[in-house]
Design a protein around this ligand. Structure first.
Ligand SMILES: [Zn+2]
Ligand SMILES: [Zn+2]
Length: 417
């Protein structure tokens, strides 16, 4: 066989091996359908054992075990976080990260449905890992603890876990399908007032009332709300208000969340809220201690190139995402995925579990997270994530469009800050 003939043969072989998107997508869907009973079991087990941020030992161990049983090599405890992990498969580019959250809320368990997030990422990750080497791309399942507070993804990003990643994605349950949900930036505060105790009846003039300081701050913030943007949110709880009525409270504590449309707008609002905290101290003579979480959650920058691909994939599964013009910017939460969206092209779509009137963070929503619709969201979420990863892996023009859009949006943010 001469040289040119062998060249020709390898060209023909390459052309023959060029993956067909439809064939690959059908195969992924079939594989996820086979995995469905296991994914639902994992989802339900995480749901039955709710664990708070950075304490998700059972969930992280379960996910790691299932991944290992399916041939993935898992690195546990990455970034010095006991309940974080990564598992990667494949070679080449792009490198896509699928984020799995699995933390719960105090008192109301999995009322944000992170069991669905974890199981969907698991299903997509396993199915993709079996094709990644053959198709020449990389996929990682990243176990990201403490989304509900603690900014696990920001900590992981700082430790370099997402270095070299070309795009990141996840799905989050919600009452209905929304592919680009508005997500606000949020700063988290713990505040403490320290005064002086005294007999509340016999010698009140000797006391410095830390509850009064808290009351003034609470009232000042309530007034401030009237003069803020409609998408700003300020909300808090008093964790400690005193012990008994006949002792002037010496120490009070509160936790506050302050949210704004963007991280840069949040800086201005945060200063105004801090002034309200100071007002309490000035009026009463208490000492004020402000302890703010160093990791401010950023708003999510939805990468529209990837979001459009995800939307088309959801529609191909027979789902009907809320039309973009009907998305209400006032109904917004926050997520540490926002911080990731500043670092790599990202999406954070919501997958519907048909829970209305129940919404996230209500006990009724937790029940819906293991319903038939909740289980379907696991399978559809996994399939849509896998398909979107495949879109990016096999369609270079889509990956390039996502990267160009990301560079443009981040560039514009940098000049504004
Ligand atoms: Zn939540
Ligand atoms: Zn959540």
């Amino acid at each position: 066989m001469d040289e040119s003939n062998s060249d020709l043969q390898s060209q023909v072989a390459r052309a023959r091996s060029k993956p067909d998107m439809d064939v690959e997508k059908t195969a992924l869907q079939k594989r996820i359908a086979e995995l469905a009973p296991l994914l639902v079991e994992v989802s339900h087990e995480i749901h039955a054992n709710p664990e708070l941020g950075y304490e998700e030992h059972k969930a992280a161990a379960l996910l790691a075990r299932v991944m290992e049983e399916h041939g993935l090599e898992v690195q546990r405890g990455v970034a010095d976080l006991e309940t974080a992990f990564t598992a990667s498969a494949g070679v080449g580019s792009p490198h896509i990260a699928l984020c799995a959250e699995y933390d719960a809320l105090p008192g109301i368990g999995h009322a944000c449905g992170h069991n669905i997030i974890a199981a969907a990422a698991l299903g997509a990750g396993i199915a993709l890992s079996e094709r990644a080497s053959a198709l020449g791309f990389r996929v990682s399942i990243v176990g990201t603890p403490a989304e509900e507070g603690g900014a696990g993804k920001a900590v992981l990003a700082e430790a370099g876990i997402f270095d070299g990643v070309d795009a990141a994605m996840m799905v989050h349950p919600a009452p209905i399908d929304i592919t680009e949900p508005p997500m606000l930036a949020v700063a988290q505060y713990r505040i403490t007032y320290r005064g002086r105790t005294s007999h509340a009846s016999a010698a009140p003039e000797l006391g410095i009332n830390a509850l009064d300081a808290m009351h003034i701050a609470y009232t000042a913030i309530s007034c401030l709300r009237q003069q803020t943007a409609p998408t700003d949110r300020i909300h808090g709880v008093i964790n400690r208000g005193g012990d008994v009525p006949n002792v002037i409270p010496e120490k009070t504590r509160a936790t506050y969340y302050v949210r704004s449309k963007t991280a840069s707008e949040l800086k201005t609002l945060a200063k105004r809220v801090e002034a309200c905290f100071e007002a309490g101290a000035i009026a009463t003579g208490c000492e004020l201690e402000i302890d703010s979480d160093p990791n401010v959650y950023h708003e999510v920058i939805h990468n529209m190139a990837i979001a459009n691909a995800f939307r088309a994939n959801l529609e191909a599964l027979g789902r009907v995402p809320l039309p973009r013009n009907l998305v209400d910017p006032k109904h917004a939460g926050s997520t540490d995925m926002g911080n990731l969206s500043y670092l790599v092209p990202s999406i954070h779509p919501m997958i519907g579990i048909n829970s209305l009137p129940a919404v996230n963070h209500q006990p009724e929503f937790a029940q819906h997270c293991v319903s038939e619709a909740g289980d379907k969201a696991v399978v559809d979420g996994a399939t849509a994530l896998a398909w979107t990863t495949l879109d990016l892996a096999l369609d270079t023009s889509l990956m390039n469009a996502a990267a160009d859009e990301f560079a443009k949006v981040i560039g514009a943010k940098a000049t504004r800050v």
